[in-house]
Write a protein that binds this ligand. Structure first.
Ligand code: HEM
Length: 164
């Protein structure tokens, strides 16, 4: 019961009403959301391609991790803020929306996959850091991440076509 109460509270805030009634605020925020997620998914894919051993093979895994993932996290924070602002404008309807719920669930799986990798295979990276061919556990983490991001984007796109 807490979440529906939070949704009806947040959509009645002045911020949410301003986004809902403005002709330019929502499309502007959605543009920021789309730009941020292109950097999130694009940079995450760059690291996943290295884990799959199909790109940046002349660079070590830790080098790509160090140079690319800060951009992923910064853009992710931006995508979450813009996403929450859009969500707040019609929170009750979004919370009831199937694709929105699947997208949030899939984002949790993205986080789980990344955490398992960081605290699992990545702990032993010194053994395969400069290898072009990476171990199966790293390939799996990279492959699962790519597939999950495709679903997040698909569910995100689907929200606009299904929200009442
Ligand atoms: C990095 C993670 C995320 C990705 C890859 C993502 C992806 C997308 C995509 C592809 C769209 C469709 C954009 C369009 O059609 O113009 C979208 C829309 C949306 N996203 Fe996200 N999103 C992310 C995070 C979030 C978060 C954390 C929230 C909420 C807290 C959120 C809330 C929304 C909302 C409300 C829409 C608008 C749907 C509509 O058109 O009415 N997103 N997202």
């Amino acid at each position: 019961m807490i979440i529906p109460q939070f949704c009806s509270w947040v959509q009645n805030t002045r911020m949410a009403s301003a986004i809902r009634t403005s002709t330019w605020l929502f499309p502007t925020i959605e543009s920021v959301h789309v730009l941020a997620i292109t950097i999130v998914v694009g940079s995450a894919a760059m690291f996943d391609f290295r884990l799959l051993g199909i790109a940046s093979r002349d660079r070590t895994v830790t080098q790509v991790h160090r140079e690319v993932l800060p951009w992923t996290w910064a853009a992710f924070a931006c995508a979450v803020v813009a996403g929450f602002l859009m969500f707040s404008s019609d929170a009750v309807k979004y919370y009831e929306n199937g694709p929105f719920r699947w997208k949030m669930f899939t984002l949790l799986l993205v986080g789980l996959n990344a955490a398992i990798f960081e605290f699992g295979p990545f702990r032993g990276v010194s053994r395969w850091d400069s290898e072009k061919k990476t171990p199966l556990s790293a390939k799996l983490a990279g492959g699962i991440s790519l597939v999950l991001w495709v679903f997040v984007v698909g569910f995100g796109r689907w929200i606009g076509f299904t929200k009442q």
